[in-house]
Design a protein around this ligand. Structure first.
Ligand code: NCD
Length: 340
């Protein structure tokens, strides 16, 4: 097996073996002093990230950018189809040929499934899929699993043997698609898929998890499903993927987790995750603000982990892992050490 990620596109979780995940997570651990601003490194000085987000994004776009900056590189971005030449009818092929001449690596999000792979096939530099329609979001799954691993390690547990509930829009949610694929690399996982019947996880992903030997249960009952899990992974109804707003409205607010439900139904210390954004409108509110002080709410630790995982991907793809510390020094400015 070739473990070397130098120069590779990151398009789907399917391209990884378990050894890749160990490698990425080991490098991510080594990024911690830089992410926490204990040290700075200039290892990617002169390199340019093309951060191309043709769909709304806050944390994925900004954390890709920050991760690149933290390695000493520069970031150029474009946001929204309307602000790019795609709105003038330019093909993904032409856009890729041009933008890959301006950058050393590209992170891209696009509303159409398969578009990032199409773009990558014309790109002269490596491309990371930051989300292609309802298809995949591999870097999110990596940071999700990195978070699961860390949260479980604090309880002296490993990912093998994990019990996880995935809740909400499992049909259009690309984060759960990629995470399901990633879980097939582990063993003895119990997965409870809680969604409205119409928004169930695509059959092929369920099958792949069963083929991996996992115990997969499909349910439309939140309370029963979250009773015996280590991780409750909530998701937003992906309303932008529905044919009409009316259709999306049918499902919004169906599975709400709040402190009262958590206390009543979850085992103590069940970890709560969400890829974010959580939809905080009163009609949705899948993860209530009254959980904010619950120490098991891991959503912001999860978002923080996006930095080290994305730094690790850049370092591996651009082949600088062994040089990071060489080009580093302590920070010279005041750092308010953030604790998680
Ligand atoms: C997710 C996405 O864009 O798929 N957000 C993210 O990248 N953290 C989830 C969502 O939008 O609901």
């Amino acid at each position: 097996m070739n473990l070397d990620l130098t120069g590779t596109h990151i398009l789907s979780i399917s391209q990884f073996e378990r050894e890749h995940i160990d490698l990425i997570f080991n490098v991510a651990d080594r990024m911690e002093p830089y992410a926490q601003r204990k040290r700075v490194t200039r290892v990617l000085e002169g390199a340019i990230l093309g951060n191309m987000f043709f769909e709304p994004s806050t944390r994925t776009r900004v954390s890709f950018g920050c991760a690149f900056n933290l390695l000493g590189g520069e970031v150029r971005e474009t946001t929204g189809v309307q602000n790019s030449a795609l709105a003038k009818g330019e093909s993904l092929y032409d856009t890729a040929r041009v933008l890959s001449g301006y950058s050393d690596i590209i992170a891209m999000r696009h509303p159409v499934a398969g578009s990032v792979a199409e773009f990558a096939s014309a790109s002269r530099v490596p491309v990371i899929n930051g989300g292609d329609g309802a298809n995949e979001h591999p870097s999110q799954a990596l940071l999700d699993l990195y978070t699961i691993k860390k949260e479980l390690a604090a309880k002296h547990r490993a990912v093998d043997g994990l019990r996880i509930a995935m809740i909400g829009d499992l049909k259009y949610g690309r984060t759960v698609h990629s995470l399901s694929r990633l879980l097939t690399l582990f063993s003895d996982v119990k997965v409870i898929l809680i969604s409205p019947k119409e928004l169930q996880l695509p059959e092929e992903l369920v099958e792949d998890m069963r083929l991996a030997g996992h115990d997969v249960i499909i349910s439309d009952q939140l309370e029963d499903g979250i009773g015996h899990v280590d991780i409750a992974y909530s998701t937003r109804i992906q309303e932008e993927r529905f044919a009409s707003q009316e259709e999306a409205d049918l499902y919004r607010g169906k599975f709400r987790l709040n402190q009262a439900i958590y206390t009543k139904y979850c085992e103590p210390n069940t970890v709560i995750m969400h890829p974010l954004p959580r939809d905080s409108r009163s009609t949705a509110n899948e993860l209530d603000n009254d959980l904010n002080l619950n120490p098991n709410l891991a959503i912001f630790r999860q978002a923080d982990n996006g930095i080290v995982v994305r730094m690790a991907l850049f370092a591996l793809i651009l082949d600088v892992v062994d040089h990071i510390d060489l080009y580093s020094r302590p920070v010279g400015w005041y750092v308010n050490r953030r604790s998680n």
